[in-house]
Design a protein around this ligand. Structure first.
Ligand code: 13P
Ligand code: SF4
Length: 300
């Protein structure tokens, strides 16, 4: 069986498999750690494995390589990009910074190594608010996700968050009308939303958090019915883990196509043939590591 072959190769090569919770659910059968982007980057920093297979999207594997430059990092399928991360390049970042001089720049982990290398501190969806607060300044620049930045700003009283106009096309499909109609259909349900959603969607939700935070909230809650406003992988896992509760995906087909490229077959192939290895330019990597490490320090 493919699964057994992967588990054997993993042991033989001292490899660890990290899986994001938007992955195809069968990936969990071989993954050592499954969670959100903060948890997985913390695991990439801690692991004693020689090889990291990152079942997620490119920026996640690239971040793992930056954090653990002496380990070999592989992405199962090279088509797994992130459309939001690709919305800002170095030139666009420099232009954004030049219009707002002397203001610290916070960059969402959904960004390239080059972009991270010229930002002050990194954040993920689970710690963005904590990171911005840790800077203790009246104004920050935030890239590339305008909606995460605006959600952070809405949680604080006296901090201006100037955002770059990037967004996630998958989360953008979720509209306030979808929340309103789901509430009509399931009046007792709690609405749990990812902060990449539009700010009007976040505003009318019961809880806003990262993928892992949404899963933790639903698992610990005494409520029985939840409307989930994020990628379908979260609903699939919640249904598996909490069969006594009801989980409704906010609307049909909220799927990140890039996250779904990785298959068990791809994982087997990269483990066996050691293809799709991630490399990062050393100078860029060192600068990007400074940005990532500042975040990991705040979230120890
Ligand atoms: P998390 O930080 O919740 O893992 O989200 C990453 C992501 O890409 C969401 O679209
Ligand atoms: Fe990127 Fe959106 Fe996919 Fe997350 S869901 S990986 S932000 S494209």
């Amino acid at each position: 069986m493919l699964k057994d072959k992967i588990l054997k190769l993993k042991r033989d090569k001292n490899a660890v498999i990290l899986g994001h919770c938007y992955q195809n659910i069968e990936i969990d059968e071989v993954a050592d750690y499954v969670g959100d982007s903060l948890y997985l980057s913390q695991m990439a920093a801690k692991t004693n494995a020689d090889i990291i297979i990152f079942a997620g999207v490119y920026f996640m594997a690239q971040t793992a390589k930056i954090i653990s430059p002496n380990k070999r990092v592989f992405l199962p399928n090279m088509q797994s990009g992130c459309l939001m991360a690709d919305m800002i390049n170095l030139e666009q970042l420099r232009d954004f910074k030049s219009q707002n001089k002397n203001v610290p720049v916070v960059c969402y982990i959904n960004s390239t190594a080059e972009v991270k290398s010229e930002c002050d501190i990194c954040c993920t969806s689970s710690n963005a608010l904590k990171i911005v607060k840790s800077l203790n300044v009246p104004e920050v620049l935030f890239c590339p996700d305008t909606y995460l930045g605006k959600w952070v700003e809405a949680q604080m009283e006296n901090v201006k968050v100037t955002t770059y106009p990037g967004f996630c096309p998958t989360h953008m499909r979720i509209k306030p009308e979808d929340i309103i109609s789901s509430r009509e259909k399931y009046p007792n349900a709690k609405v749990l939303t990812h902060p990449e959603c539009h700010k009007e969607v976040c505003k009318i939700s019961d809880f806003v958090g990262s993928t892992s935070q949404i899963m933790d909230y639903a698992k610990k809650s005494n409520e029985k019915t939840f409307i989930i406003a994020t990628e379908k992988g979260v609903v699939d896992r919640l249904k598996r883990d909490c069969p006594d509760k009801e989980f409704i995906l906010i609307k049909e087909n909220i799927v990140c196509p890039n996250m779904k490229h990785n298959t068990l077959e791809d994982i087997y192939n990269v483990l066996e043939n050691e293809t799709n290895e991630i490399f990062v330019d050393e100078a860029i990597s060192k600068k990007a590591l400074g940005c990532i490490n500042k975040m990991l320090e705040v979230c120890k």
